[in-house]
Ligand binder design. Structure first.
Ligand SMILES: Cc1ncc(COP(=O)(O)O)c(C=O)c1O
Length: 378
Protein backbone atom coordinates (compact mmCIF):
# COMPACT_ATOMS: atom_id res chain seq x y z
CA UNK A 1 0.00 0.00 0.00
CA UNK A 2 1.37 3.40 -0.98
CA UNK A 3 0.43 5.65 1.96
CA UNK A 4 1.32 8.81 0.02
CA UNK A 5 -1.61 8.12 -2.32
CA UNK A 6 -4.11 7.96 0.54
CA UNK A 7 -6.01 11.12 1.34
CA UNK A 8 -6.54 11.73 5.03
CA UNK A 9 -8.45 10.64 7.04
CA UNK A 10 -9.33 7.10 6.00
CA UNK A 11 -9.73 3.48 6.98
CA UNK A 12 -8.03 1.61 4.15
CA UNK A 13 -8.52 -2.11 3.72
CA UNK A 14 -5.77 -3.90 1.76
CA UNK A 15 -7.57 -6.30 -0.59
CA UNK A 16 -4.61 -8.65 -1.01
CA UNK A 17 -4.09 -8.97 2.75
CA UNK A 18 -7.80 -9.69 3.21
CA UNK A 19 -7.61 -12.33 0.49
CA UNK A 20 -4.61 -13.93 2.22
CA UNK A 21 -6.62 -14.24 5.45
CA UNK A 22 -9.69 -15.52 3.64
CA UNK A 23 -7.69 -18.12 1.82
CA UNK A 24 -6.15 -19.40 5.08
CA UNK A 25 -9.57 -19.53 6.76
CA UNK A 26 -11.10 -21.39 3.82
CA UNK A 27 -8.24 -23.83 3.90
CA UNK A 28 -8.89 -24.59 7.59
CA UNK A 29 -12.60 -24.94 6.84
CA UNK A 30 -12.00 -27.39 4.02
CA UNK A 31 -9.35 -29.45 5.75
CA UNK A 32 -11.24 -29.76 9.04
CA UNK A 33 -14.56 -30.29 7.22
CA UNK A 34 -16.34 -27.69 9.29
CA UNK A 35 -18.14 -24.43 8.55
CA UNK A 36 -16.47 -21.09 9.26
CA UNK A 37 -18.65 -18.00 9.16
CA UNK A 38 -17.85 -14.32 9.55
CA UNK A 39 -18.85 -12.55 12.79
CA UNK A 40 -20.17 -9.18 11.66
CA UNK A 41 -19.58 -7.70 15.09
CA UNK A 42 -15.86 -7.70 14.27
CA UNK A 43 -15.95 -6.81 10.57
CA UNK A 44 -19.01 -5.66 8.66
CA UNK A 45 -17.52 -3.55 5.88
CA UNK A 46 -20.05 -4.79 3.38
CA UNK A 47 -18.37 -3.10 0.43
CA UNK A 48 -15.83 -5.91 0.80
CA UNK A 49 -18.38 -8.74 1.03
CA UNK A 50 -18.11 -9.64 -2.68
CA UNK A 51 -14.46 -10.51 -1.94
CA UNK A 52 -15.38 -12.39 1.28
CA UNK A 53 -18.00 -14.43 -0.55
CA UNK A 54 -15.42 -15.82 -2.97
CA UNK A 55 -14.11 -17.82 0.01
CA UNK A 56 -16.73 -17.99 2.77
CA UNK A 57 -20.49 -18.30 2.43
CA UNK A 58 -22.03 -17.49 5.79
CA UNK A 59 -22.12 -15.00 8.60
CA UNK A 60 -23.19 -14.68 12.18
CA UNK A 61 -25.28 -11.79 13.41
CA UNK A 62 -25.96 -10.48 16.89
CA UNK A 63 -28.90 -8.22 16.14
CA UNK A 64 -31.75 -7.66 13.72
CA UNK A 65 -29.74 -5.20 11.65
CA UNK A 66 -26.71 -7.47 11.34
CA UNK A 67 -29.02 -10.33 10.31
CA UNK A 68 -30.63 -8.10 7.67
CA UNK A 69 -27.23 -7.02 6.40
CA UNK A 70 -26.30 -10.69 6.02
CA UNK A 71 -29.50 -11.39 4.11
CA UNK A 72 -29.14 -8.34 1.87
CA UNK A 73 -25.40 -8.23 1.25
CA UNK A 74 -24.18 -11.82 1.79
CA UNK A 75 -27.34 -13.16 0.09
CA UNK A 76 -27.77 -15.82 2.73
CA UNK A 77 -29.60 -16.36 5.99
CA UNK A 78 -27.62 -15.68 9.14
CA UNK A 79 -26.68 -17.69 12.19
CA UNK A 80 -28.00 -15.44 14.93
CA UNK A 81 -27.18 -15.14 18.59
CA UNK A 82 -28.27 -12.22 20.78
CA UNK A 83 -28.06 -11.92 24.55
CA UNK A 84 -31.84 -11.39 24.57
CA UNK A 85 -34.38 -11.06 21.77
CA UNK A 86 -36.80 -8.15 21.40
CA UNK A 87 -40.41 -9.35 20.93
CA UNK A 88 -41.25 -6.68 18.32
CA UNK A 89 -38.26 -7.65 16.20
CA UNK A 90 -38.44 -11.44 16.38
CA UNK A 91 -40.75 -12.05 13.43
CA UNK A 92 -38.56 -10.02 11.07
CA UNK A 93 -35.40 -11.51 12.58
CA UNK A 94 -36.65 -15.01 11.75
CA UNK A 95 -36.99 -14.10 8.09
CA UNK A 96 -33.23 -13.46 7.90
CA UNK A 97 -32.10 -16.40 10.06
CA UNK A 98 -31.19 -20.03 9.45
CA UNK A 99 -30.06 -20.67 13.05
CA UNK A 100 -31.16 -18.87 16.20
CA UNK A 101 -29.23 -19.37 19.43
CA UNK A 102 -30.85 -18.47 22.75
CA UNK A 103 -28.99 -17.19 25.78
CA UNK A 104 -31.29 -18.89 28.32
CA UNK A 105 -33.76 -21.76 28.47
CA UNK A 106 -36.46 -19.18 29.31
CA UNK A 107 -35.79 -17.27 26.05
CA UNK A 108 -35.91 -20.54 24.11
CA UNK A 109 -39.23 -21.49 25.75
CA UNK A 110 -40.61 -18.04 24.98
CA UNK A 111 -39.79 -18.10 21.27
CA UNK A 112 -39.58 -21.74 20.21
CA UNK A 113 -43.22 -22.08 19.09
CA UNK A 114 -42.88 -18.90 17.05
CA UNK A 115 -39.86 -20.33 15.20
CA UNK A 116 -42.11 -23.21 14.05
CA UNK A 117 -44.36 -20.69 12.28
CA UNK A 118 -41.50 -19.37 10.09
CA UNK A 119 -41.74 -19.95 6.32
CA UNK A 120 -38.45 -21.87 6.40
CA UNK A 121 -36.85 -24.25 8.91
CA UNK A 122 -35.00 -22.49 11.72
CA UNK A 123 -32.54 -24.55 13.71
CA UNK A 124 -32.55 -23.51 17.38
CA UNK A 125 -29.60 -23.67 19.75
CA UNK A 126 -28.67 -22.77 23.31
CA UNK A 127 -25.61 -20.81 24.41
CA UNK A 128 -23.74 -22.45 27.27
CA UNK A 129 -20.86 -21.29 29.44
CA UNK A 130 -18.11 -23.91 29.77
CA UNK A 131 -16.33 -21.63 32.28
CA UNK A 132 -12.91 -22.05 30.73
CA UNK A 133 -11.11 -19.28 28.89
CA UNK A 134 -7.63 -17.84 28.50
CA UNK A 135 -8.98 -14.28 28.30
CA UNK A 136 -7.54 -12.17 31.09
CA UNK A 137 -9.22 -8.83 30.41
CA UNK A 138 -12.60 -8.95 32.22
CA UNK A 139 -14.27 -6.74 29.62
CA UNK A 140 -13.61 -9.44 27.01
CA UNK A 141 -14.11 -12.55 29.13
CA UNK A 142 -17.59 -14.03 28.67
CA UNK A 143 -16.79 -17.18 30.65
CA UNK A 144 -16.61 -15.96 34.24
CA UNK A 145 -19.08 -17.76 36.57
CA UNK A 146 -21.02 -14.50 37.01
CA UNK A 147 -21.20 -13.86 33.27
CA UNK A 148 -24.63 -13.10 31.84
CA UNK A 149 -23.69 -14.86 28.60
CA UNK A 150 -24.57 -18.53 28.32
CA UNK A 151 -26.19 -21.09 30.60
CA UNK A 152 -24.06 -22.58 33.37
CA UNK A 153 -23.97 -26.34 33.81
CA UNK A 154 -25.94 -26.04 37.12
CA UNK A 155 -28.88 -24.43 35.33
CA UNK A 156 -29.14 -26.93 32.50
CA UNK A 157 -32.15 -29.25 32.33
CA UNK A 158 -31.23 -32.93 32.57
CA UNK A 159 -32.17 -33.47 28.95
CA UNK A 160 -32.07 -30.83 26.26
CA UNK A 161 -35.56 -29.47 25.59
CA UNK A 162 -37.19 -30.74 22.41
CA UNK A 163 -36.36 -28.33 19.58
CA UNK A 164 -32.81 -27.56 20.61
CA UNK A 165 -30.60 -28.90 17.88
CA UNK A 166 -27.33 -27.20 18.71
CA UNK A 167 -25.10 -25.75 21.41
CA UNK A 168 -23.05 -22.60 21.21
CA UNK A 169 -20.20 -21.29 23.31
CA UNK A 170 -18.01 -18.23 22.91
CA UNK A 171 -15.25 -17.83 25.49
CA UNK A 172 -12.08 -16.99 23.54
CA UNK A 173 -10.58 -13.73 22.32
CA UNK A 174 -7.51 -13.48 20.07
CA UNK A 175 -6.69 -16.99 21.33
CA UNK A 176 -4.67 -19.91 19.97
CA UNK A 177 -5.75 -23.48 19.33
CA UNK A 178 -4.31 -24.64 22.67
CA UNK A 179 -6.74 -22.36 24.51
CA UNK A 180 -9.55 -23.95 22.49
CA UNK A 181 -8.24 -27.39 23.44
CA UNK A 182 -8.52 -26.49 27.14
CA UNK A 183 -12.03 -25.13 26.59
CA UNK A 184 -13.06 -28.35 24.85
CA UNK A 185 -11.81 -30.38 27.82
CA UNK A 186 -13.91 -28.23 30.19
CA UNK A 187 -16.84 -28.49 27.79
CA UNK A 188 -16.69 -32.28 27.81
CA UNK A 189 -16.38 -32.36 31.60
CA UNK A 190 -19.33 -30.05 32.19
CA UNK A 191 -21.57 -30.62 29.18
CA UNK A 192 -20.39 -33.99 27.84
CA UNK A 193 -23.82 -35.65 28.20
CA UNK A 194 -25.44 -33.09 25.94
CA UNK A 195 -22.89 -33.44 23.16
CA UNK A 196 -24.50 -36.70 22.03
CA UNK A 197 -27.92 -35.03 21.83
CA UNK A 198 -27.09 -32.31 19.30
CA UNK A 199 -26.68 -31.94 15.54
CA UNK A 200 -24.28 -28.99 15.59
CA UNK A 201 -21.98 -27.11 17.87
CA UNK A 202 -20.95 -23.51 17.34
CA UNK A 203 -17.58 -22.84 18.99
CA UNK A 204 -17.92 -19.05 18.75
CA UNK A 205 -15.14 -16.66 17.83
CA UNK A 206 -11.76 -15.73 19.24
CA UNK A 207 -9.87 -18.23 17.04
CA UNK A 208 -7.10 -15.99 15.74
CA UNK A 209 -5.95 -18.45 13.08
CA UNK A 210 -4.54 -15.71 10.84
CA UNK A 211 -2.08 -14.46 13.47
CA UNK A 212 1.53 -15.33 12.66
CA UNK A 213 2.54 -18.48 14.51
CA UNK A 214 -1.01 -19.85 15.02
CA UNK A 215 -0.85 -23.64 14.81
CA UNK A 216 -3.55 -24.25 12.21
CA UNK A 217 -2.65 -27.94 11.87
CA UNK A 218 -3.29 -28.39 15.59
CA UNK A 219 -6.66 -26.63 15.21
CA UNK A 220 -7.61 -28.86 12.29
CA UNK A 221 -6.68 -32.06 14.17
CA UNK A 222 -8.58 -30.89 17.24
CA UNK A 223 -11.73 -30.16 15.28
CA UNK A 224 -11.56 -33.36 13.27
CA UNK A 225 -11.20 -35.45 16.42
CA UNK A 226 -14.12 -33.67 18.11
CA UNK A 227 -16.30 -34.06 15.05
CA UNK A 228 -15.54 -37.76 14.82
CA UNK A 229 -16.11 -38.38 18.53
CA UNK A 230 -19.54 -36.74 18.70
CA UNK A 231 -20.63 -36.93 15.07
CA UNK A 232 -21.64 -33.26 15.08
CA UNK A 233 -21.36 -30.48 12.56
CA UNK A 234 -18.89 -27.85 13.81
CA UNK A 235 -19.25 -24.13 13.20
CA UNK A 236 -16.63 -21.48 14.05
CA UNK A 237 -17.53 -17.79 13.88
CA UNK A 238 -14.41 -15.66 14.18
CA UNK A 239 -14.49 -11.93 13.50
CA UNK A 240 -10.99 -10.59 14.15
CA UNK A 241 -9.28 -13.43 12.28
CA UNK A 242 -10.88 -12.31 9.00
CA UNK A 243 -9.66 -8.72 9.11
CA UNK A 244 -6.52 -9.21 11.23
CA UNK A 245 -3.73 -6.90 10.04
CA UNK A 246 -5.53 -6.09 6.79
CA UNK A 247 -5.36 -2.32 6.80
CA UNK A 248 -4.73 1.04 8.36
CA UNK A 249 -6.22 4.27 9.59
CA UNK A 250 -4.44 7.32 8.21
CA UNK A 251 -4.48 10.72 9.81
CA UNK A 252 -2.78 14.14 9.73
CA UNK A 253 -1.06 16.19 12.43
CA UNK A 254 -3.19 19.33 12.85
CA UNK A 255 -1.28 21.06 15.62
CA UNK A 256 1.41 20.48 18.24
CA UNK A 257 0.69 21.73 21.74
CA UNK A 258 2.85 21.79 24.88
CA UNK A 259 1.94 21.57 28.53
CA UNK A 260 4.40 21.04 31.40
CA UNK A 261 7.01 19.24 29.38
CA UNK A 262 4.57 17.13 27.35
CA UNK A 263 4.30 17.72 23.63
CA UNK A 264 1.06 16.52 22.08
CA UNK A 265 0.53 16.06 18.37
CA UNK A 266 -3.14 16.83 17.74
CA UNK A 267 -4.61 14.57 15.07
CA UNK A 268 -7.68 14.66 12.87
CA UNK A 269 -8.87 11.34 14.27
CA UNK A 270 -10.23 10.49 17.69
CA UNK A 271 -9.28 7.50 19.83
CA UNK A 272 -12.65 7.45 21.52
CA UNK A 273 -14.66 7.88 18.31
CA UNK A 274 -12.59 5.97 15.76
CA UNK A 275 -10.42 3.52 17.73
CA UNK A 276 -12.47 3.01 20.92
CA UNK A 277 -10.71 -0.24 21.90
CA UNK A 278 -7.48 1.70 22.40
CA UNK A 279 -9.16 3.33 25.40
CA UNK A 280 -11.64 0.60 26.37
CA UNK A 281 -9.39 -2.44 26.39
CA UNK A 282 -6.96 -0.56 26.53
CA UNK A 283 -4.19 -1.26 24.00
CA UNK A 284 -1.52 0.77 22.21
CA UNK A 285 -1.96 0.83 18.47
CA UNK A 286 1.12 0.36 16.31
CA UNK A 287 2.14 3.35 14.18
CA UNK A 288 4.31 3.26 11.07
CA UNK A 289 7.72 4.79 11.90
CA UNK A 290 7.05 5.14 15.66
CA UNK A 291 7.83 3.08 18.75
CA UNK A 292 7.70 3.28 22.53
CA UNK A 293 10.11 5.95 23.77
CA UNK A 294 13.23 5.22 25.84
CA UNK A 295 15.82 7.51 27.48
CA UNK A 296 17.53 8.06 24.08
CA UNK A 297 14.40 9.06 22.18
CA UNK A 298 14.55 12.59 20.78
CA UNK A 299 11.20 13.16 19.13
CA UNK A 300 8.57 12.14 21.63
CA UNK A 301 4.91 13.07 21.38
CA UNK A 302 1.67 12.21 23.01
CA UNK A 303 -1.00 11.73 20.36
CA UNK A 304 -4.15 13.74 20.91
CA UNK A 305 -7.56 12.87 19.51
CA UNK A 306 -9.78 15.49 18.02
CA UNK A 307 -12.67 15.18 20.50
CA UNK A 308 -12.95 17.21 23.69
CA UNK A 309 -12.81 14.14 25.94
CA UNK A 310 -9.86 14.77 28.29
CA UNK A 311 -8.74 11.17 28.00
CA UNK A 312 -8.83 11.09 24.19
CA UNK A 313 -5.07 10.62 23.80
CA UNK A 314 -2.33 7.99 23.70
CA UNK A 315 0.70 8.14 25.97
CA UNK A 316 3.86 9.21 24.10
CA UNK A 317 5.40 7.54 21.08
CA UNK A 318 8.93 8.18 19.79
CA UNK A 319 9.27 9.22 16.14
CA UNK A 320 12.26 9.12 13.81
CA UNK A 321 12.10 12.86 13.17
CA UNK A 322 10.43 15.95 14.51
CA UNK A 323 6.72 15.98 13.69
CA UNK A 324 5.43 18.85 11.59
CA UNK A 325 1.92 20.12 11.11
CA UNK A 326 0.56 18.37 8.01
CA UNK A 327 2.54 15.15 8.54
CA UNK A 328 0.69 11.93 7.88
CA UNK A 329 0.51 9.26 10.61
CA UNK A 330 -0.54 5.71 9.83
CA UNK A 331 -2.12 3.52 12.51
CA UNK A 332 -1.62 -0.16 11.72
CA UNK A 333 -4.16 -3.00 11.96
CA UNK A 334 -7.20 -0.75 12.12
CA UNK A 335 -9.86 -2.75 10.27
CA UNK A 336 -11.39 -5.20 12.79
CA UNK A 337 -13.50 -3.80 15.64
CA UNK A 338 -12.91 -0.21 14.48
CA UNK A 339 -15.39 0.69 11.74
CA UNK A 340 -18.08 -1.36 13.50
CA UNK A 341 -17.60 0.61 16.72
CA UNK A 342 -17.03 4.17 15.52
CA UNK A 343 -19.21 7.03 16.68
CA UNK A 344 -19.71 10.65 15.65
CA UNK A 345 -19.24 11.93 19.20
CA UNK A 346 -18.66 15.70 19.19
CA UNK A 347 -19.75 15.69 15.57
CA UNK A 348 -16.26 14.58 14.58
CA UNK A 349 -16.03 13.64 10.94
CA UNK A 350 -15.96 9.93 10.25
CA UNK A 351 -12.89 8.79 8.28
CA UNK A 352 -13.47 7.75 4.67
CA UNK A 353 -13.72 4.03 4.00
CA UNK A 354 -11.45 2.82 1.20
CA UNK A 355 -10.02 -0.33 -0.36
CA UNK A 356 -6.45 -0.56 -1.64
CA UNK A 357 -7.11 -2.96 -4.49
CA UNK A 358 -4.90 -5.85 -5.48
CA UNK A 359 -4.08 -3.84 -8.62
CA UNK A 360 -2.60 -1.14 -6.32
CA UNK A 361 -5.39 1.36 -6.81
CA UNK A 362 -7.19 3.34 -4.13
CA UNK A 363 -10.95 2.81 -4.26
CA UNK A 364 -13.03 5.06 -2.02
CA UNK A 365 -16.14 3.21 -0.90
CA UNK A 366 -17.70 5.86 1.29
CA UNK A 367 -17.27 9.45 2.39
CA UNK A 368 -19.28 10.83 5.30
CA UNK A 369 -21.05 14.15 5.48
CA UNK A 370 -22.82 16.42 7.93
CA UNK A 371 -26.08 14.63 7.06
CA UNK A 372 -24.74 11.32 8.40
CA UNK A 373 -24.16 13.03 11.73
CA UNK A 374 -27.45 14.92 11.73
CA UNK A 375 -29.62 11.96 10.71
CA UNK A 376 -28.65 9.93 13.78
CA UNK A 377 -29.92 12.52 16.22
CA UNK A 378 -33.46 13.38 15.26
C1 LIG B 1 -20.90 -14.70 20.24
C2 LIG B 1 -19.68 -14.21 19.53
N1 LIG B 1 -19.26 -14.86 18.42
C3 LIG B 1 -18.18 -14.45 17.74
C4 LIG B 1 -17.44 -13.36 18.15
C5 LIG B 1 -16.25 -12.94 17.34
O1 LIG B 1 -15.07 -13.03 18.10
P1 LIG B 1 -13.65 -12.63 17.49
O2 LIG B 1 -13.83 -11.39 16.73
O3 LIG B 1 -12.79 -12.44 18.71
O4 LIG B 1 -13.20 -13.77 16.66
C6 LIG B 1 -17.83 -12.66 19.30
C7 LIG B 1 -17.06 -11.49 19.78
O5 LIG B 1 -17.35 -10.86 20.73
C8 LIG B 1 -18.98 -13.09 20.02
O6 LIG B 1 -19.42 -12.45 21.11
Amino acid sequence: MDYTKIPNTAFVLDEQLLRNNLSLIKNVQDQAEIEIILAFKGFAMWGAFPIVQEYIKGATASSLYEARLCFEEMKTKAHVYAAAYVPDEFEELMSYSSHIVFNSVAQFNHYYKQTLTAKHKISCGLRINPEQSDVEVDLYNPSSPKSRLGVLKDFMPEKLPEGIEGLHFHVLCESDSYALEKTLIALEQRFGDYLHQIKWINMGGGHLMTRKGYDTQHLIQLLKAFKKKYNVQIILEPGSAFAWETGVLTTTVLDIVQSRGVKTAMLDVSFTAHMPDTLEMPYRPKIVGACNPDSHSKFVYRLGGTSCLAGDFMEPYAFEKELQIGDQLVFKDMIHYTMVKTTMFNGVKHPDICIWTKENRLKTIRKFTYHDYKSRLS
